[in-house]
Write a protein that binds this ligand. Structure first.
Ligand code: BG6
Length: 458
């Protein structure tokens, strides 16, 4: 999409997210889109020497593969301001200073949620530059009520179409791959339903442990950190009805339509939710301590490092199909992907020696891949049936997920941003889980770091 000129202001510019993800993501975008007319401004509470900021910008952009001259040019033009975003007068002066006619400003909040919220309260009292856009990092709220209140506040600052709620999973190639595989082939869409699919699992297991993030993670846990936004959004894309066009209105309407029909599993045969926490173990030869022994963790919070949820999408397409969402840290194989298990054939002709194994499709997430297991005749005895897997790696996008998300924000296209009602709906789905966990109905199980999770879950 063509871009007009734009000023990208990163609030929280001295932080880890900016250095590790945002700027390298921007670097990948600049490499593929050299025409992008974007000015970068960094601001944070921390006093930072402008030369140091420029150095960080040029290094982080280059880390994303941006051409050296481009990275250096952007670094030489960028500015840094020390700013308390919760101070109305300071914010007003800052915005007046960077406002240029014909160049809309994006305020990207790379800040902890509570501070972003305070800053938005401040913005709601100010006269704002024309066309201002606001980008907000996840987690968006911490419950249905807080997400609702935050949405009300945000829409009093700028209209919904200029609010970009960031979820980098929507920037992963997986999302576009899912749309391409399902709607670009004749053979998948007709079987994408409860008549043919037995169950779906969406898994994001990580080998990484806490990695020094107790300050944030110990208050969030796996359910809020990964399932609330990332995995529910991937599920919504996987399970939605067919769009006529892929645009911000249609895609997000269809995601919302699917999420509204989603509720925690209440039938037989599935456990609606499970939680667990890792104990000391070894991952790739590296000793990992007990989660509770990690600096900054408060064991009394009972934070889960592995969460599993089973939901049902109560509509004609999916009724009765369990969708299992699972994510955790310090897990053995670090598998991330979607596993689609098909029903057995309606009737296998007599004469074969064995049952036909059901088809399974695995769509890998980062790295992107697809594998389809089909039933074939065995080599030795033709009347024996066995499974053969057709698989391929899918090409990686040259733009990292944060680059894709920034592309949408800089061009003003909210296609890959989370709409306000979608964010609220994800919290609504999880509300009964929070209630069951806080009432002690669901035990906090334990697993050894480096294992596949609690053995009792198998
Ligand atoms: C982030 C979570 O949103 O996603 C992290 O806060 C998690 O805890 C990360 O590690 C996973 O992202 P990816 O792209 O590595 O799957």
């Amino acid at each position: 999409m063509p871009n007009g000129p734009v000023t990208l202001v990163i609030l929280g510019a001295s932080g880890d997210l900016t250095r590790r993800l945002l700027l390298p993501g921007l670097g990948t975008l600049l490499r593929t889109r050299p025409d992008l007319d974007v000015k970068l401004v960094g601001a944070a509470f921390e006093a930072l020497d402008e030369a140091e900021w420029r150095k960080r910008v040029s290094e982080a952009l280059a880390d994303g593969g941006c051409r050296v001259e481009r990275a250096e040019r952007m670094a030489s033009e960028t500015r840094y301001a020390q700013l308390d975003v919760t101070d109305g007068a300071a914010m007003k002066a800052f915005l007046a200073d960077i406002d240029e006619a014909g160049r809309p400003i994006v305020l990207y909040f790379a800040l902890p949620p509570a501070i972003s919220q305070k800053a938005c309260e401040v913005l709601s009292t100010l006269e704002l530059p024309v066309g201002l856009r606001v980008a907000i990092e996840k987690p968006f709220g911490s419950s249905l009520e807080s997400a609702r209140a935050f949405n009300q506040l945000l829409t009093s600052v700028v209209p919904e179409e200029r609010i970009f709620r960031v979820d980098h999973y929507l920037g992963k190639a997986t999302v576009v791959n899912l749309l391409g595989i399902r709607f670009g082939n004749r053979i998948f869409e007709p079987v994408w339903n409860a008549n043919n699919i037995e169950r779906v699992e969406i898994i994001a297991d990580e080998g990484l442990a806490l990695e020094g993030r107790a300050g944030y993670y110990d208050k969030a846990g796996a359910l809020k950190d990964m399932i609330q936004s990332h995995l529910l959004l991937v599920m919504a894309i996987f399970a939605m009805e067919e769009p006529a066009n892929i645009d911000a209105v249609e895609l997000r309407d269809l995601m919302m339509h699917t999420l509204r029909a989603t509720k925690l599993w209440s039938g037989e045969g599935e456990v609606p939710s499970r939680r667990a926490r890792y104990a000391a173990g070894t991952i790739d030869g590296r000793e990992v301590p007990d989660y509770t022994a990690e600096p900054g963790v408060d064991p009394a919070r009972q934070t889960e490092t592995l969460a599993q949820l089973t939901v049902e999408i109560c509509n004609a397409r999916w009724a009765g199909v369990p969708f299992r969402l699972r994510s955790g840290k310090a897990l053995g194989d670090g598998f991330r992907g979607i596993v689609v298990k098909f029903k057995p054939v309606a009737h296998l002709p007599g004469g074969f020696h064995n049952e036909a194994p059901p088809n399974v499709m695995v769509i890998g997430i980062s790295p992107e891949s697809i594998a389809l297991s089909i039933t074939t005749n065995a080599e030795g005895d033709r009347w024996d049936l066995e499974q053969t897997t057709l698989s391929t790696e899918l090409s990686e996008s040259p733009i990292r997920p944060y680059g894709e998300i920034l592309d949408g924000i800089l061009s003003g296209d909210p296609l890959l941003s989370v709409r306000g009602d979608v964010a609220e709906e994800c919290w609504r789905i999880l509300t009964p889980v929070f209630e069951a966990w806080s009432s002690g109905e669901v035990p906090l199980d334990e697993y050894t770091a480096g294992s596949y999770g609690p053995t009792s879950w198998n």
